[in-house]
Design a protein around this ligand. Sequence first.
Ligand code: ZN
Length: 273
Amino acid sequence: MPELPEVETVRRGLEPHLEGRVIARAEARRPDLRWPLPPDLVQVLTGARVVALRRRSKYILAELEHRGSLLLHLGMSGRMLIEDESQGAFHRDPAILPRHDHVVFWTDRGTRITFNDARRFGMVDLVAPGATHPLLAHLGPEPLSDAFTPEALAAALAGRLDQRIVAGLGNIYVSEALYRAGIDPRRLAGTVSAPETAALVGHIRAVLEEAIAAGGSSLRDHRQATGELGYFQHSFRVYGREGAPCPAPGCAGVVQRIVQSGRSSFFCPLCQQ
Ligand code: ZN
């Protein structure tokens, strides 16, 4: 499932093709994805100017001039394809089937933008001008924003650290950040000290920024908007490495996996206390 770095990678790929552009034409090719598509989707998109492309947690928001926002979530297998039709044809990875092109629009520059989603757990919705979408109303602090301070993380740590507390931070990045911070994932959040919390903020930012720089982690169906694969999965120190030696120099620990709230956490029992 695409997590925050993958979604940010997709947003950055789309930005130069969408920001400032007018949507000349739009098509909704089925009535629903995970949820029904808005009945006025095509009407709202047609002729709309995209003034900004933002991300909140794992949602992409295309801000439309005077028309609210288009909200996208990639779900499990969603992709945003960018294809240039100005030459009359375009190359596409044959594994990406046109029958999964569910929402398609064309900009005034002739770029075709496609939401392709084989498993249809993704979401396309509209947000009215000035409104907040209900799915965005209760997210925790955005980990790459200035609002993500040690105080904000400490305040959010009322339970265990998981992605409900830190917006869009999946268990891959929680595992990697806790490993770097030397904090055992089994510890209740209330036992994490102020200096540890401050260090953890820095490790969370660093892990996410490294993953974004590497183009996201390509697990399962993730692709960058350009179709290239990301490489951060080669940098995992503990995630997915159950039974492997801890990569810390001189550590004799073996990476372990535990399941918390239905999600896997990976850690070194010697490095993480
Ligand atoms: Zn270790």
